[in-house]
Ligand binder design. Structure first.
Ligand SMILES: [Zn+2]
Length: 293
């Protein structure tokens, strides 16, 4: 009796009671960023147990430091998904330090889409990235849990289908606004802006802001002039990294009547990846409504 009691407590402590009674263990997955975590959940449903590391929308992910709690979550993961391209260098360190799991599979988004250190790391804003990452995740799930392959296949098809309205929004924005000069305080939205075909200005400033270095006086003056003289038609800012300089640019944009839209690095609570992307494209569309070629 005593032994059984200990077993029950052990199961409770690890939240395994339900899965144990259902006779199927969930596939433990760790996602470094919550937008990948959301997609994994959509692709795996109840067959996966997803832990996302970066999920606080008030935190600047570029300044994140991994905690011992993060390291523990990784130890039991069968699948680890992270961005790469120097966005989450702490993942390499953590994976190198936790040797316990030889059978762990690691999917790095940057490797799948051919990006490397030094490239803009905000890959999930590229409409081409998530389908590629999703296919790799789904293939892994089907191979590690073949009993549910048909479910994984159906979920992947549904996921890919659900991205079509996003592609349609991008195509619509491209038709109307390609070549329109815009600017941003950080390159977080960069790949989406490229997909739309905007002329993105002040890249020097943006890279400095992302890397937590001070933009040069020339870069700051160029940015301010673009806003004051209304050479740009929208200012895109990262609401997760609002330093003094970002606030200053927002003030100048407001005075000059340049519309602003906020984007976030990580997935806001309560939204799916698709809802997040769609709502940002909608606010962009709204900001540009009064613009005429
Ligand atoms: Zn960023």
């Amino acid at each position: 009796m005593k032994f059984a009691h200990v077993l029950t407590c052990f199961a409770l402590a690890f939240g395994l009671c339900q899965t144990a009674s259902a006779q199927t263990a969930r596939v433990p997955v760790v996602a470094a960023e919550n937008f990948y975590g959301d997609v994994i959940h959509q692709l795996g449903g109840d067959h996966v147990q997803v832990t996302s590391i970066l999920s606080n929308p008030d935190q600047d992910p570029h300044l994140f430091e991994a905690s011992p709690k993060t390291a523990r979550a990784l130890q039991h993961a069968a699948l680890v998904v992270y961005n790469g391209a120097d966005y989450d260098p702490w993942m390499d360190k953590l994976l190198g330090a936790s040797k316990s799991n030889d059978k762990r599979t690691v999917i790095v988004a940057a490797q799948l889409v051919g990006k490397k250190s030094g490239d803009n790391p905000h890959l999930w804003y590229d409409p081409a990235t998530m389908p590629t990452v999703a296919k790799a995740i789904s293939a892994y799930l089907a191979s590690t849990d073949p009993a549910h392959k048909s479910d994984y296949d159906a979920r992947l098809a549904k996921f890919l289908d659900s991205l079509k309205p996003i592609d349609a929004s991008v195509a619509q924005l491209k038709a109307r606004y390609h070549g329109v000069p815009v600017t941003a305080t950080e390159p977080v939205f960069g790949y989406m802006a490229d997909a739309i075909g905007f002329e993105m200005r002040n890249m020097h400033f943006q890279m400095a802001a992302m890397n937590e270095t001070e933009p040069s006086a020339t870069d700051i003056a160029a940015f301010e002039n673009d806003l004051r003289e209304r050479r740009v038609h929208v200012l895109i800012y990262n609401s997760q990294a609002t330093e003094a300089l970002t606030k200053r640019m927002l003030g100048i944009a407001k005075d000059a009547h340049v519309p602003t839209i906020s984007v976030t690095e990580t997935l806001p609570a309560g939204k799916t990846y698709q809802q997040w992307m769609s709502s940002q494209l909608d606010s962009l569309s709204g900001a540009l409504q009064g613009w005429q070629r």
